[in-house]
Design a protein around this ligand. Structure first.
Ligand SMILES: NC(=O)c1ccc[n+]([C@@H]2O[C@H](COP(=O)([O-])OP(=O)(O)OC[C@H]3O[C@@H](n4cnc5c(N)ncnc54)[C@H](OP(=O)(O)O)[C@@H]3O)[C@@H](O)[C@H]2O)c1
Length: 279
């Protein structure tokens, strides 16, 4: 039986990926820094590092945030261990100027993880998702629990959020089937929505009248720095959003083409996480 090694296994994409692979009857090895505190389905093997879990794996899911400085070493180990396929979690903006890739300033290496996979000599697939739906939970849930106004920059900034578990479902396909090999795949949700429209969707699902109140960019930038983000991160984040004010976010139909069903909507994501918003 083939074993699939999943890095970032307790994360937004990794957790549903492990569950979906286990449900499909695949032998999964999940990497976490806290193997004793992360319950997985019974048959999932848990390891403390990718190096520990790479022996006799047939495929590896690479999350650059989880791998950090070990990224290149793990790809090298994979090659030497006889791994057949690498599936990289990259990002839709991986080719953009780094000054518009805020997560780079927090250590993510979405360009590099893809390039390592491409250069590995192994079969590879690069998943390039856009903004995850869960990002908005982190940014807005506390404000929504506290009141009806969501403060943030650029009410007209546009995104096409993808539900994290849909990225995982595409990863399952990339790991188990052969038709995506050699592709860099831009993955989005079904619809481009502005920040103001996203808040309307949340209000509709929760049955509340919510409002997005645009805050001046300088103030938002300053607030990021005050709560501990670097100036580089704050600048890149603001530049990323500003660039989408006049250009609606790209929507691709890759999720539907690959999975044979439409991607989940932002409203679906809110419905399945109502509790986070105090409903
Ligand atoms: N969020 C978005 O909108 C978005 C969009 C496109 C691309 N991406 C990319 O997707 C990747 C993140 O995926 P994700 O959200 O699934 O990951 P995640 O949930 O943030 O992290 C996955 C796991 O990695 C481990 N981890 C987290 N931070 C770590 C660190 N600093 N050092 C070592 N291990 C760490 C944690 O596992 P343990 O604690 O169990 O070890 C965590 O559960 C990044 O490369 C990001 O740039 C994100």
């Amino acid at each position: 039986m083939n074993t699939i090694l999943v890095t970032g296994a307790t994360g937004n994409v990794g957790r549903p990926l492990v569950n979906q692979l286990a449900e499909a009857g695949v032998q999964v090895r999940a990497v976490t820094r806290a193997p004793d505190s992360a319950p997985f389905p019974a048959d999932v093997e848990v390891v403390g590092s990718a190096a520990e879990g790479i022996h006799d794996a047939s495929a590896v899911f690479l999350n650059s945030r989880a791998l950090g400085d070990e990224l290149a070493t793990v790809v090298d180990l994979a090659r030497r261990a006889g791994v057949r396929r690498l599936v990289a979690l990259s990002a839709i903006n991986a080719d953009d100027d780094f000054s518009r890739q805020p997560s780079r300033f927090r250590g993510d290496r979405n360009a590099e993880v893809e390039q390592h996979a491409v250069d590995s000599g192994l079969e590879w697939v690069s998943l390039r998702p856009t903004v995850f739906a869960t990002n908005f939970f982190g940014m807005w849930a506390a404000q929504i629990r506290a009141g009806d106004v969501i403060n943030g920059p650029y009410a007209q900034a546009s995104t096409a959020p993808i539900v994290d578990a849909d990225i995982s479902a595409v990863a399952v396909h990339a790991l188990l089937r052969d038709d995506l090999v050699g592709r860099k795949i831009p993955l989005t949700g079904p619809q481009a929505l502005t920040n103001a429209e996203l808040v309307d969707v949340i209000g509709d699902v929760l049955g509340r009248r919510l409002r997005y109140r645009e805050a001046p960019p300088d103030l938002v930038r300053r607030r990021f720095i005050d709560i501990g983000f670097s100036a580089e991160f704050a600048d890149a984040y603001m530049a990323l959003l500003e660039a989408t004010v006049s250009t609606p976010a790209l929507v691709t139909n890759e999720v539907e083409k690959i999975l044979g069903r439409p991607p989940q909507s932002f409203g679906d994501a809110i419905r399945s996480h109502r509790d986070l918003f105090g409903n």
